[in-house]
Design a protein around this ligand. Structure first.
Ligand SMILES: [Mg+2]
Length: 89
């Protein structure tokens, strides 16, 4: 188990499944708000980067919980569709 996987395991053990979903939703909402504020020049790029980091960590947590291989397969399917779309225009 890598160091980050150990942290995902420890977070799940400490706070439980529901808290992980709730935290992911909260971090996504914070990123949405940060992007809106950034567009209006109310915050700087560093704050957007900080919120991206939070969301990236929660995506890592949920991906670890749901299965890295499943998520990787889904990403590959979506990339196939995106590639077709890019080639069609
Ligand atoms: Mg955040």
């Amino acid at each position: 188990m890598t160091e980050i996987e150990e942290m995902y395991r420890a977070s799940l053990a400490r706070w439980g499944v529901e808290a992980q979903y709730d935290q992911a939703v909260e971090e996504c909402a914070e990123l949405i708000a940060a992007l809106k504020h950034f567009k209006r020049d109310r915050i700087g790029e560093e704050q957007v980067v900080a919120e991206l980091a939070d969301v990236t960590l929660m995506i890592g947590q949920l991906t670890w919980m749901l299965g890295e291989e499943r998520v990787q397969r889904a990403i590959e399917e979506k990339l196939v569709k995106l590639r077709r779309l890019l080639e069609s225009e």
